[in-house]
Design a protein around this ligand. Structure first.
Ligand code: S3P
Length: 173
């Protein structure tokens, strides 16, 4: 079984993914980290030197490669489900959970520490707020195609508990 965690930057995909994988005794992969280790440079540098389109192609390639694996939790980059029909591949090869976080909480979480986020690093505070609002609106139709939608405006442990229960229920049914 492959569990895909999807959602906007700052929605907690990596934190929750690590905890969930531990609880399920599954392996864990963060696609940003995987791309970074395969490319030998950070995501921000990939955007700078090779461009966003190249990064999106790498994401698509990785989603299709991972579909062969078993017992895996995958934290996807925030944009992954929104390009190249990836959401369909995700839902065919596994179960997807959208970590749904309100705009105001995303703003709180993303206002600090934008350096590692190439899409935000050149923006000032007002621009970050606008970016989050606009981008989220654009991406919500993709995120909402996830098999499960999880209210993620709360602490990581209770989100992990909820996802874990849903997975176990589905395995039984
Ligand atoms: C992106 C989100 C990032 C990373 C890249 C682009 C996006 O991942 O893939 O900077 O388009 O939203 P996180 O969602 O893990 O921050």
């Amino acid at each position: 079984m492959i569990i895909f965690l999807i959602g906007f930057m700052g929605s907690g995909k990596s934190t929750i993914g690590v905890k969930l994988a531990k609880k399920l005794e599954f392996s864990f992969i963060d696609t940003d980290n995987l791309i970074e280790s395969e490319e030998g440079i950070e995501v921000s540098e990939i955007f700078e030197t090779k461009g966003e389109e190249y990064f999106r192609e790498r994401e698509t390639e990785i989603i299709s490669k991972l579909s062969m694996k078993k017992n895996l939790v995958v934290s996807l980059g925030g944009g992954s489900p929104c390009y190249n029909n990836n959401i369909n591949s995700i839902n065919i090869s596994g179960t997807s959970f959208f970590l749904d976080v309100s705009v105001s909480n995303l703003i709180k979480r993303l206002e600090n520490g934008v350096d590692q986020r190439p899409l935000l690093s050149s923006l000032n505070k007002d621009e970050i707020v606008n970016y989050i609002k606009t981008k989220l609106k654009e991406r919500i139709p993709f995120y909402k195609q996830a098999i499960h939608i999880v209210d993620s405006n709360r602490d990581a442990n209770s989100i992990v508990e909820d996802i874990y229960k849903k997975i176990k229920e589905n395995v039984r049914n």
